[in-house]
Design a protein around this ligand. Structure first.
Ligand code: AMP
Length: 191
């Protein structure tokens, strides 16, 4: 069976965004990135944008309640009915619990949490390179340090949260884009 309701987990700079897009195309389900949604909200200077900008700039997490609300609204859209790839959500145990409740109510629980494994040194190197290319407001030395710490403390435990229910798998995220994409596809289709 192929899993189509997926959570993509991994440190900042692991390549989640790129891989989520590739996999989404392959599976015909949307890639949903809370980071992208927040960055567009900031760019559009919407109400939510104003609420989240300071968190994004500092590399800190947006409060759970607001984040869950944004995701719940997105998952209610028709294109997410057949499945979804969540990139960057959940990032805390309370977010994961809220997601479980939301999806269980709809009878379509998460099928697989896939961890994209990349060592800390390599992600720092990648984030520094991205800072030069994209100029994201949180790709500063302080922002990078904060996001890695937040990942270790708040997000990494989610691998066990899903793993305890037999819903987690790890994929080596080091390598070329198509090489990693092939590993992910293998993990997802044999799930
Ligand atoms: P990302 O693009 O996934 O690296 O996210 C960029 C930033 O958006 C993060 O550093 C947080 O400030 C915010 N963000 C994205 N997803 C979440 C989430 N699930 N919970 C809280 N904050 C988030």
């Amino acid at each position: 069976m192929t899993a189509t309701r997926l959570v993509l987990l991994g440190p900042p700079g692991a390549g989640k965004g790129t891989q989520a897009q590739i996999l989404a195309e392959r599976l015909g389900v949307p890639a949903i990135s809370t980071g992208e949604m927040f960055r567009s909200a900031v760019a559009e200077a919407s109400g939510i944008g104003a609420q989240v900008k300071a968190y994004l700039d500092r590399g800190e997490l947006v409060p759970d309640e607001l984040t869950v609300e944004v995701v719940a609204r997105r998952l209610a859209q028709p294109d997410a009915r057949e499945g979804f790839i969540l990139d960057g959500f959940p990032r805390t145990v309370p977010q994961a619990k809220a997601l479980d409740e939301l999806l269980e109510r709809a009878g379509r629980p998460v099928q697989l949490c896939l961890l994209l494994q990349v060592d800390a040194e390599r992600v720092v190197e990648r984030l520094r390179r991205r800072a030069e290319i994209e100029g994201r407001s949180d790709d500063t030395e302080d922002g990078i340090r904060t996001r890695l710490r937040v990942y270790e403390e708040r997000t990494a435990p989610l691998f066990d949260y899903y793993g305890d229910r037999g819903l987690a798998a790890a994929v080596d995220g080091v390598g070329g884009i198509s090489e990693v994409a092939a590993r992910i596809e293998e993990a997802v289709t044999r799930w």
